[in-house]
Design a protein around this ligand. Sequence first.
Ligand code: NAP
Length: 297
Amino acid sequence: MVVLSGKELSSSVKQQVASSAVKFEKRFSRRPCLAVVLVGEDPASQTYVRNKRKACDEVGILHLDFTFTADITQEQLMMCISELNANPLVDGILVQLPLPGHINKLAVTEAISPQKDVDGFHPQNMGKLLLGRKCLLPCTPKGIMKLLDYYDIDVRGKNVCVMGRSNIVGKPLSALLMQDGRDATVTVCNSKTADDSLFTRSADIVISAVGNPGTLKADMVSEGVVVIDVGINRVPDSSKKSGYSLKGDADYDSLCQVASAITPVPGGVGPMTIAMLMENTLIAACWREGIEPEDLG
Ligand code: NAP
C-alpha cells in the first residue's frame, strides 16, 4: 500500500516555484505578487490564509494582505477587487472562501480579472477548462492530477468515482479527468445519489470531496482501489491543544487494508492545493509578462 504524500510532492513543487521566482525577479525586476483577501473571523479561513501567506514567504512570492471585518459591504469588497485588478504589480488575487452570507460570492468571483484568477474559479477559466484550453486551473483539482502523475497512477481507461460535485472540487476535477489525453471514465456522485457504493465499488480510483468524516469505508470499495481523500473535517479531540483534529472523508485505517494507494489527511491533497496556488501565481505573473514559465529557463 502506497501512501500518496502531498507533503513530499508539494515541497518539490514549491522548490521549483522558488527557483523560477528568483529568475522572474532577475528578468522583470519585481517579484510575482499575490493579493490575499480575507473577510471575517472564520478560524478555518484564518488558518488557510496564514498557510498561504507562509507558502508565499517560502517561495519568494510577494503577498499583499487585505483583512476585512465580516460587516464589509459588497460595494467595499468590489472596490478592493477592482483596485487590485488595476494594480500592475499584482499578479494574482485570492479571496478566501467562504464569504459572509450577505456577500454575493458569485459577483465577487466574477469581478476578479480572469488573468489574475489564481484560484481558477472565474467562469472564463472554468469554461476554458471544460473546453480543454489553456487557462488557470483550480488549485485542488490541479493538485490531485499532479499527485496522480507523480505516483504514476494513469487514469486512462480507468473507472473513476468522484464523490461531490462542488464548483471548486468535484465539477472541475471530473472535467480534468475526462479530458482528451486523460481519458478516464468518470462518475460523479452527489448528496442525492441513492447508493454511492454502487459506483465506488466498480471504481479503480475513488476521490472523495464531500466534507463528512467516515463517508467512504472499506466495504464500499474493491481490493486494490486508489483513494484520494480531499475532505478536511475538524473533529472534536480533547487530546489536542486546539480541541480538534483533522480528518478526511475516508475511514483511513480500514481503507489501508484494501487500497493499493491512499492520500493521508493531513499531508495529502491539502499541501498540494497550496503548492498549486504558488504555481498558479507564478504562471499568472509570467503570462502577464507575455512569457511561459518554461521561458525563465
Ligand atoms: P461542498 O461545496 O460542501 O460540496 C460537497 C459536495 O459533496 C456536494 O456536491 C454534495 O452534494 C456532495 N455530497 C454530500 N454528501 C454526499 C454523499 N454522501 N455522497 C456523494 N456526494 C455527497 O464542499 P467542497 O468545498 O467541495 O469541499 C469538500 C471537502 O473537501 C470539505 O471537507 C473541504 O474542507 C475539503 N476541501 C479540501 C481541500 C484541500 O485542499 N484538501 C480543498 C477544498 C475543499 P450536493 O451538491 O447534492 O449538496
